[in-house]
Ligand binder design. Structure first.
Ligand SMILES: NC(=O)c1ccc[n+]([C@@H]2O[C@H](COP(=O)([O-])OP(=O)(O)OC[C@H]3O[C@@H](n4cnc5c(N)ncnc54)[C@H](O)[C@@H]3O)[C@@H](O)[C@H]2O)c1
Length: 381
């Protein structure tokens, strides 16, 4: 059993989510690796938050406000880093150069130049595993879709739609935070926040966007600052991208990506729809057990609903008769990252975390989308 000692930088929403996955490692079966949280770092260290980590992870021997101290620790092999986007280039590059493996959060750099700086650091260190976090493809329904793509079941692709829809910003009185400010979140706005999630599956399926027409919306232009004032809320709330896309054989099809923070009726809804000449499929986390399939062999067209069980890529103690959820997808993603650290390759092509090259392609797409919005033109990716 190989133990990978983890340091966590950024103890916010996602830092605790990943730590909690490490805490229930006994849920996974037949693995020859395990994580151990040994160090935590955050710009602010609220006592309650530090206490939560220390109470639940007794092997933590370092609590620091300075990430440089954490990456200098000989007691850390790998780092999970979840900090605001303007810090990605500096922290990720330093982590990689320190020789620690990195599971970094999206968008992997606040913009194209920051992403390129991170990829330059990776080229200097071939001995570290660097991956980007994206959990939704680990839902059993999406793993099944990967198998169908690989088997060629869809025939010629007619159209693909992917999306990630939230209503978290529907309330205009919600105070502004760093995710609504260009300086910290980036000019991509919602695309930087949610975009990698909707690219992961299509990129891994081998589908490459060639050009894009984007329509971006800033729906709520001011928000309270928490001190009684209204301040500009300058980031794009919603983005719809239409891409001419090539499959592995170079055949072209339209791919629509939607990322929305203001989508009434939606709460963390991630979906994929694939329409092909031989088969079509639809999956959404809104109904995480349901996979819809339509096989067309002539005659009547009929959708059928498959009620999926708990069948992730990595085997667990949960029986297949039960349901799969968000924190299960995080657990599977951490297992996928550590599998790549321990074995140098994913368990299955479909069970791999987003690669740095895939993040670079997403940055080219989102940068082209910004140009498209500014000029109301179709832009090459
Ligand atoms: N994979 C997902 O589903 C998912 C969901 C939400 C957010 N994210 C990503 O996670 C990252 C963080 O988002 P979050 O929602 O956890 O944010 P958050 O605001 O909840 O937490 C950010 C943390 O970073 C810390 N921090 C800020 N500056 C720092 C510094 N210089 N050194 C060390 N720590 C510092 C803060 O103290 C805080 O603990 C972002 O890249 C975001 O896009 C991913």
């Amino acid at each position: 059993m190989k133990t990978v000692r983890f340091g966590i930088i950024g103890l916010g929403l996602m830092g605790r989510e990943i730590a909690s996955a490490a805490a229930r490692w006994c849920h996974l079966e037949d693995l020859d690796f395990r994580p151990e949280i040994t160090a935590v770092c955050s710009r602010s260290l609220p006592p309650g938050r530090v206490d939560w980590f220390k109470r639940n992870f007794p092997k933590i021997d370092q609590v620091t406000k300075d990430y440089r101290e954490l990456i200098a620790s000989p007691n850390v092999d790998a780092v999970y880093c979840a900090v605001p986007h303007h810090l990605h280039a500096e922290l990720y590059s330093a982590i990689i150069r320190s020789g620690k493996h990195l599971l970094g959060e999206k968008p992997f750099g606040i913009d194209l130049a920051a992403n390129a700086a991170i990829l330059a650091a990776i080229r200097e260190r071939h001995d570290v595993m660097v991956r980007c976090s994206s959990e939704f493809p680990f839902f059993p329904g999406v793993q099944r879709l990967f198998q169908l793509v690989e088997s060629g079941a869809f025939g010629r692709l007619i159209e693909v739609n992917t999306g990630f829809l939230h209503s978290s910003d529907l309330d205009p009185n919600k105070p502004i935070n760093w995710k609504r400010q260009v300086r910290q979140n980036g000019a991509y706005g919602v695309m930087g926040d949610l975009g990698v999630h909707v690219c992961h599956f299509p990129f891994r399926a081998g589908w490459t966007p060639l050009n894009v027409r984007a329509v971006l919306s800033n729906i709520i232009e001011q928000r309270p600052d928490g001190g009684g004032n209204l301040v500009p809320c300058e980031t794009w709330d919603n983005a719809t991208l239409l891409c001419e896309t090539a499959d592995k054989q170079g055949k072209r099809f339209p791919w629509t990506l939607k990322t929305q923070r203001i989508a009434p009726g939606q709460k963390n809804t991630w979906y994929v729809e694939i329409y092909g000449t031989n088969a079509s499929a639809r999956f959404s986390t809104k109904n995480p057990k349901r996979l819809e399939l339509l096989n067309y062999t002539g005659g009547e067209q009929a959708w059928r609903e498959i009620d999926l069980g708990y069948t992730g890529a990595f085997k667990t103690v949960t029986g297949e008769i039960f349901e799969f959820g968000f924190s299960d997808s995080i657990l599977q993603m951490v297992a996928a990252f550590l599998h790549e650290v321990a074995h140098g390759r994913p368990l299955l092509p479909a069970a791999g975390c987003v690669t740095p090259e895939e993040t670079a392609l997403s940055h080219r797409l989102f940068t082209a989308a910004l140009r498209s919005q500014a000029a109301a033109t179709t832009e090459a990716v």
